[in-house]
Design a protein around this ligand. Sequence first.
Ligand SMILES: NC(=O)c1ccc[n+]([C@@H]2O[C@H](COP(=O)([O-])OP(=O)(O)OC[C@H]3O[C@@H](n4cnc5c(N)ncnc54)[C@H](OP(=O)(O)O)[C@@H]3O)[C@@H](O)[C@H]2O)c1
Length: 267
Amino acid sequence: MSSYAITGASKGIGREFVRQLATDPNNTVLAIVRNPGSPDISELASQYPNVHLIAGDVRDPKSILNTASSAAAVTGGKLDVLIHNSNAVDAATMSLNPSQIPFDSEATRAIFEPPFSTAIYGGLWATNAFLPLIQKGTQKKIVHITSAMGDVDLILGSGISYAVAYSVAKAGMNIQVAKYAAELAPQGIKVIGLSPGWVDTWEGEKSAAVVEGENFMLKQFQSIVPSLEGQIQPGESVSKAIKVIENMDIKSSGLMLSHNGDRENWF
Ligand SMILES: NC(=O)c1ccc[n+]([C@@H]2O[C@H](COP(=O)([O-])OP(=O)(O)OC[C@H]3O[C@@H](n4cnc5c(N)ncnc54)[C@H](OP(=O)(O)O)[C@@H]3O)[C@@H](O)[C@H]2O)c1
């Protein structure tokens, strides 16, 4: 029997982790969401008795500490695997190149704050809040969902110069993962950054601008992987990611791995 806690579980990849992990009735799955009333995730929780919905916002240290104590009450104080998946961006400025970041401290902070507060600060607070549970767990695994957008070779190979704050935050997340791995190795705790691939998590109909943006990005990615046809579905991404989590060991601790389990096949 394994226990999992997933942050940012209301939609997309987070919700798919909950769905796939819940299909094994021996698993206990803690779905951490800012709003437990979100319709799709509450429907999933009503379908699977092993899914426990817990309120928590990784941007708020007090909130996520309360989340961890509610989680401990469900699992008897322990946890096998923490998956920190929450992420936010300022969509309005994602297309800016670094030279276009304004000479305006407030505007610049507003661009960087969403990914920093979720990926960087949120990654620290969620991990620290759940660490006492992980220390008592059997598997002792911590996973931060990162992105190959924070990989220098991918940036240079594709020429993707926009999404500055998002990419900087994910690169920072990868460093934090390495720091945790170095600190926690003596306790047998494994920590990885896991890139889920390029995944279609858009909800609802895509506008012409969204489709155009995705096609533009596809062409850039194709300069690294000419055979790439487009995004994968959350189901494929998560089933591969779960295998990578199953195979985590002290040797790979501290690294950013793809959903394919390596450090090069990011799609
Ligand atoms: N989709 C891709 O192609 C792709 C590629 C590489 C990496 N990733 C990474 O994979 C993870 C999941 O991606 P996704 O596409 O499934 O993401 P998503 O649908 O945009 O959202 C992920 C979750 O983050 C939480 N969240 C959103 N805005 C937030 C905010 N302002 N403050 C706090 N939490 C917020 C939400 O969870 P709650 O409402 O439940 O709290 C949401 O369910 C992210 O870390 C993302 O960076 C995705």
